[in-house]
Design a protein around this ligand. Sequence first.
Ligand code: GMT
Length: 375
Amino acid sequence: MKIGITCYPTYGGSGVVATELGLALASIGHEVHFVSYALPHRLARFVENIYFHEVEMSTYPLFEHSMYDLSLTSKMLEVIEYEELDLMHVHYAIPHAVSAYLAKQVRKKAGKKIKFITTLHGTDITLMGLEPSFMPLVKFSIEESDGVTAVSRFLKEKTLTNFNIQKDIEVIYNFIDIEKYTPGNGKPFRKRLASCGEKVIIHTSNFRVVKRVTDTIRVLAKVKKEIPTKLVLIGDGPDRSECERLARELDLQKDVVFLGKQDAIEEILPSADLFLMPSQSESFGLSALEAMACGVPVISSSVGGLPELVIHNETGYIAEIGDIDRMAKYTIDLLTNEKKYKTFSKNSRERAVKHFDKNLIVPQYIEYYEKVLNS
Ligand code: GMT
């Protein structure tokens, strides 16, 4: 098959999923053409069967604002035509599904065909897509997609109810490379992160408000009273300054380690004891899955698709949004009970392998592609 993939290329779960999917498809002989404004960061080296087409933004004094959606549509049309694509697969509805729809209509007018599939990832449905000005367009582009997938049952239900849509939406969970993300041998960075043998809690995100990163610091403040613990925060974004301020206010500046953006998270995760995800909104929680695959139990909030990933009292614990006391209690419980900890760690890895291995999920996408193409 020849597949075009459009995604947000920089940091963010939807771009990671799209890129890993493209890589997996290419590795089994499909031709994959990425169409985006920048090279997805996991495609930095040459890979057979992968091609990249950069969307160039036209500038003209009259155009005060960039017209990415239209430039993207034009580039899609060019790639569909010259590379003879069978299918476009766009990740994140806004604006990608609208551009794909437009490209399809232009082709139709010329008596040619292209089908497109939209994968919904999260805030395209739960936040941005609900903005009154976007809502009709998001609904329309979902309804007009030849196929739609969602990364959790929660997101599928939200799409159907929020947008009052009657359409088949296929749930295809996010996936992980279980050979790249492994518990590994030992904890290589342990000494550097926690030189006095402290426990290590980790959190990775883009530090947006919805991630509630400050909760992780408040949890640490409580846990530290019982167990010597370090909190490692990976990533960057709007809330980072507030987190640094809070760490200073609570006199935790030596206990909260800000590592900033990191490319090889899989090398750091195995050195952690626990992963915290206190999000206010999370359609799936890819970074929690990365931790689980490394044998790191997760304590998360109960929002969105997280309960489809984290099994309460088996692979970790789930608490209400903002319930810092409970998250701290669960953390202490797990970090002081070696037998339970080992079981949770084993369960986490097993759950990742059994349900979210890329070798299980990628064939579901291929099957869905075939279904849409044959329909
Ligand atoms: O929806 C977003 O806010 C962005 C998106 C992204 O690109 O990181 O995140 C969503 O997609 C990820 C991959 O499918 C999911 O793991 C995240 O849970 C989801 N984020 C939210 O729902 C907030």
